[in-house]
Design a protein around this ligand. Sequence first.
Ligand SMILES: [Zn+2]
Length: 307
Amino acid sequence: MTFYARLAAASLILAAMGAAACSPEPETQKAAPTPPAVLSHPDIHAFRIGQIQAVALKDGEMSFAAADREMSPWSDTAEVSRLLGADGQVHLSIQPLLVRDADRVVLIDTGAGGQMGTEGKLLASLRAAGVEPGQVTDVLISHAHGDHVGGLAGKDGALTFPNATIRMSEAEWAFARAGAADAGAGPLLAAMTPKVETFQPGAQVTPSIQAVALAGHTPGHTGYEIVSGDERLLYIGDAMHSPVISVQAPELVNGWDSDAAAGVRSRQGLLSRGASGDLRVYGVHFPFPGLGRFQRRDDGFVWAPED
Ligand SMILES: [Zn+2]
């Protein structure tokens, strides 16, 4: 089993333990709280997209040696080592994104739920941003891998965000259901099912957030574009994992992509669009807080993080 398959299975199995099918009664819906005037905490980063308030929420981090064929998804280890230099380590941050969209409290992806050797800090980060789990109205899922859906349920199997509608693409929901049995995730699927609403590519999923199909990583892998006035931010999910490898060598096959060729095309398309349109980007696995832009350099691209 590959590292990534283990990642996916681990969190799903975790969520399947306990009484996932017996989740508690949802808490009474509460109005979205007034955010603190100053959000100061090492695991959160508040910023604006036009009139919209957003907060990067650190969940944890995973690291491995790029040359480790057991762990690394890139088979061209010589090229990856050249790109990374002496360090040779791949550091994948995990930072779901909180978006306050009108009266909606939206969480994009849910982290790893403390599995996979990560810290599982999402709920602490959420509360540091002034939000209780019961106040989340919408959870948008980029794809059904463990480091994105692992936080949907707690160790007791109960849904972590009991009042939230869980939204994902129809193709991704079909993919998740098809793989649930092998991953031991039947109880999680049972708990999730009444909360899941699916959409088609390009759908407007909340007033300010549109689904963007980013093919390749999984069958229904989806990015999310958040728009307010003249400002926009694209959440790219796992179309890219590394701000060095994925950006400077988008043509490298990533073994974590279910359709490798489509994954390459998605990365190249993102880079081209991002650089030509000066698009602000959110990389869920890029160094915290994951905000920046793609810029052209020589014959390729580089990642320019925000200060
Ligand atoms: Zn991921």
